[in-house]
Write a protein that binds this ligand. Sequence first.
Ligand code: SIN
Ligand code: FE2
Length: 222
Amino acid sequence: MNENNMLCDLGAPRGLPAGVAWHPGHLAPARQAAVLAEVLRCLAEAPLVRPVMPGDGKPFSVRMSSCGPLGWVSDRSGYRYQERHPGTGRPWPAIPPLLLTLWDTLTGYPAPPEACLINHYDAAARMGLHQDRDEAALDAPVLSISLGDTAVFRVGGTARRDPTRSIRLASGDAVLLAGPARLAFHGIDRVLGGSSRLLAGTPLGGGRLNLTLRRVSLPYVK
Ligand code: SIN
Ligand code: FE2
């Protein structure tokens, strides 16, 4: 067994790679509903758009928006953070207070997140294995919150070929990628359509929302 397998299979709580912290059911149902209401207000102001891959322009299967001073976008010219919604041209809405509180509680990072990516998955959507590496503040964890349908989340090491593990992220689960896992490859293999009713009665009509909070710039350098 090589070192990566050790890390993967034995090294960390729940058998996850070191630095991956999974908090199943961190948000109780009432809190999920409250966060959802705040996120729906953001989406009314900054609608979901379907990004395309840099270069070939292939559409993503997820739709995305953001809140916070910076939003993450992908288009034919590349991936980047920008201060405005690509469709409306307006600044992104502020990160809702409940999400800022979750960031403080779960990360303990001494500066607020600057971007909250809002991904919406329908039952056919997925996300290929990738690293979150467009941020200068690699010392800050990435915090992900899941709402709605359960998803099969895959996480590995910092090299694409490293072994991976998959876990089912249900509504209310939080995951942190921190320290040695900050640059871990991760993705969504599939979404279990109809496994939650949380989004069913909303304008989204069902599916899964994932909120990814990130610190982008180093807080100590101005
Ligand atoms: C992401 O990596 O941007 C999303 C992960 C997830 O949907 O859980
Ligand atoms: Fe990611």
